[in-house]
Design a protein around this ligand. Structure first.
Ligand SMILES: [Zn+2]
Length: 287
């Protein structure tokens, strides 16, 4: 009797362990990640690297991600609003923002078109994780009224009533019809599928509720999609980011991402890294 119970216990334990370990392995095995860009923004590099390269006007990619997880399709950022496409910036952002950021976005670079290109539709998207609510990251969240929108609660509050000195980069029109969407309002980190493969990381500093995303891929390894927590390789190397809500918190978040990068032997992918973006593939997925 005792022996049979022992045997049953061992089988149950192995089953429980396997269901955790195996499900993690299966998830990692089949995740696909696409990195795409919502066009470019043209501005002074000094905005990203304080006291470094001030006066250098460059074209920066606006990275966003489509992640196909076995338990749901998710996006990390939705780029610049579709209305900004094809030279029509002023009709949506207004003259001031258009001359400050000088966006160049073709309509086929908007997130819905990227989804179509890879065989998905906007209705397939289950989760929209938005790094923060700035105009080049949250521009098309209203395209996804059926998705769960994963955001830090602090960011939602800041976006609806930004600090006066930060107000310029928030475009209320991007989300003023999204008040009744389904939000997962976070206050810190969150393991999105409970298997460790896609984890939201609190990286406040650039804005009050900025969040990055850790994604574990079988062949590519562990990626830290930084959003604007780390704009460029200079920030990763220690140069203070130019535009921040709180520089102290921002530097703490960069240190946190670097620590995780090392402990997971992963790499940080920037939101606006010119050379890194050019080196990556964008017509197919990473796995
Ligand atoms: Zn930003």
């Amino acid at each position: 009797m005792f022996k049979r119970n022992m045997k049953t216990n061992i089988i149950v334990t192995v089953f429980i362990l396997c269901s955790f370990v195996c499900s993690t392995a299966i998830a990692e095995d089949s995740i696909k990640l696409y990195q795409v860009s919502s066009g470019v923004l043209k501005f002074d590099k000094g905005w990203l690297t304080a006291m470094r390269d001030v006066g250098k006007i460059l074209e920066f990619p606006v990275a966003m991600y489509i992640i196909d997880h076995p338990r749901g399709l998710l996006l990390y950022d939705t780029g610049m609003n579709a209305a900004v496409s094809d030279g029509k910036c002023e009709s949506y952002w207004g003259k001031g923002l258009c001359s400050a950021f000088m966006p160049i976005q073709r309509r086929d670079q908007v997130i819905d078109k990227w989804l179509e290109k890879f065989g998905y539709s906007v209705n397939d998207v289950k989760y929209v994780v938005t790094s923060h609510m700035h105009l080049d990251h949250a521009g098309n969240m209203e395209m996804f009224p059926k998705a769960v929108h994963v955001l830090q609660k602090a960011e939602l509050k800041a976006a609806w009533w930004p600090e006066k000195f930060q107000r310029a980069a928030f475009v209320l029109k991007d989300y003023d019809n999204a008040r009744d969407f389904n939000y997962l309002q976070l206050d810190g980190d969150f393991d999105l599928f409970g298997d460790g493969s896609v984890v939201v990381l609190d990286t406040k500093g650039h804005t009050q509720g900025h969040q990055s995303l850790m994604v574990k891929l079988k062949n590519t390894g562990t990626l830290f999609l930084a959003g604007d927590a780390v704009y460029t390789p200079e920030n990763e190397a220690g140069v203070i980011p130019g535009i921040t809500w709180n520089t102290y918190e921002s530097m703490k978040s960069i240190d946190r991402l670097k620590m995780l990068r090392d402990s997971h032997q992963g790499s940080i992918w920037y939101s606006h890294g010119i050379d890194q973006y050019a080196e990556h593939k964008h017509d197919t997925y990473y796995d």
